[in-house]
Design a protein around this ligand. Structure first.
Ligand code: PEP
Ligand code: MN
Length: 351
């Protein structure tokens, strides 16, 4: 169950509820949200109604909701309205379609600065670039590490774009968090619970990518790790899954986007670059992601894809990215109108 405390509930009131829950044999996880404290309680089912009644009458409690899903905090049952994540100069999950663009890897100052300027001009809201690269082969480029993070910071200073970059291990979280606005958990680390719990101790925005063989439920349980550790600022990324198909690098699971929107209040974006592995498929799959109701897309862009240190085959040239942004305009008009209508009807339903 999820217990929402009243605005201004005191520390003692929160502790009292946690104490009551423990006495009933429940485990309590507390999250300090932007406005109020929310407590997630996990425990046996037999005495649920009795516990709910008791907690509901405790001082400082606003509401108690039973959540039937195995993931509690990320579940739509615990928060009917969508989470909106606010970053420097943009947001994810609200009325604005997020566009994260940039190279797979940060390679040099010239490369990242020119790409940053080009994607900003074309309309991207967040710059991406890997400084720590999870490569299949140990012989491949592993990333510039802190040097790459410094270059991303320079790009931010120059363009004002927020920065999204991957963090691969719990030990690196502190350092990467110093430079980045969005910490990316890559597909290969989606179930690294040590990393997820460490990210839960920060207040950074986290982009959690779906593992290449992970189910929707597993993705949501991974997000739950971050939330139960104390950080509610999470969004999800569908980046394609492994199927029997070999023509594409992965199969972009577009149905996961509306499916996730049915199950969770967390924003969801699509990554048609890793989702297909093919430059020619990024345009149609971006349009399809908008139509499926994604909150944004992430697209790899490189000034010289042929010479890219990683993922060149799926990178758009800056001019192609600009064209993509132009082509998406009419689709985004419909997206905005649909979003507005959905927000209006959810306000009516809540009233
Ligand atoms: C990336 O975003 O460059 C990346 C490595 O993605 P994924 O973890 O989805 O493979
Ligand atoms: Mn990549």
């Amino acid at each position: 169950m999820i217990i929402s405390m009243k605005l201004g509930a005191t520390k003692q009131e929160v502790e009292h509820v946690c104490q009551l829950l423990r006495e009933f044999g429940y485990k309590a996880h507390t999250i300090q949200g932007e406005e109020r404290v929310v407590i997630g309680a996990v425990g046996k089912l037999e005495n649920k109604q009795q516990v709910m009644d008791s907690i509901e009458s405790a001082p400082g409690v606003e509401s108690v909701v039973a959540v039937s899903q195995p993931y509690k905090f990320v579940s739509k049952e615990s928060q009917p309205g969508k989470t909106v994540l606010r970053l420097d100069g943009c947001s994810i999950g609200g009325a604005e379609f997020a566009v994260i663009a940039g190279p797979c890897s940060v390679e040099s100052e010239q490369q990242i600065l020119s790409t940053a300027e080009a994607v900003k001009k074309a309309g991207a809201t967040i710059l991406r670039g890997g400084a720590f690269k999870p490569r299949t082969s140990p012989y491949d480029f592993q990333g510039l590490e802190e040097e790459g993070l410094k270059l991303l910071r320079k790009a931010k200073e120059k363009t004002g774009l927020a920065i999204c970059t991957e963090v691969m291990s719990a030990e690196d979280v502190e350092m990467v968090a110093e430079y980045a606005d969005v910490l990316q958990v890559g597909a290969r680390n989606m179930q690294n619970s040590t990393l997820l719990k460490r990210l839960g101790k920060t207040n950074k925005t986290i982009m959690l990518k779906r593992g290449m063989s992970a189910t929707i439920k597993e993705l949501l349980l991974s997000a739950e790790y971050i939330l139960t550790s104390g950080n509610p600022n999470v969004f999800l990324c569908e980046r394609g899954i492994r199927t029997f198909e070999t023509y594409t690098r992965n199969t972009l699971d577009l149905s996961a986007i509306p499916a996730l929107a049915e199950l969770t209040h967390l924003p969801i974006i699509a990554d048609p670059s890793h989702g297909t592995g093919k430059r020619s498929l990024i345009h149609p799959m971006s349009r399809a992601s908008v139509a499926a109701g994604a909150d944004g897309i992430m697209v790899e862009v490189h000034v010289n894809p042929e010479k890219a240190f990683s993922d060149g085959a799926q990178a758009l040239l800056p001019s192609e990215f600009d064209q993509l942004m132009q082509d998406l305009k009419p689709y985004l008009e419909i997206w905005k109108a649909t979003r507005k209508a959905a927000q209006a009807s959810s306000l009516v339903a809540q009233a």
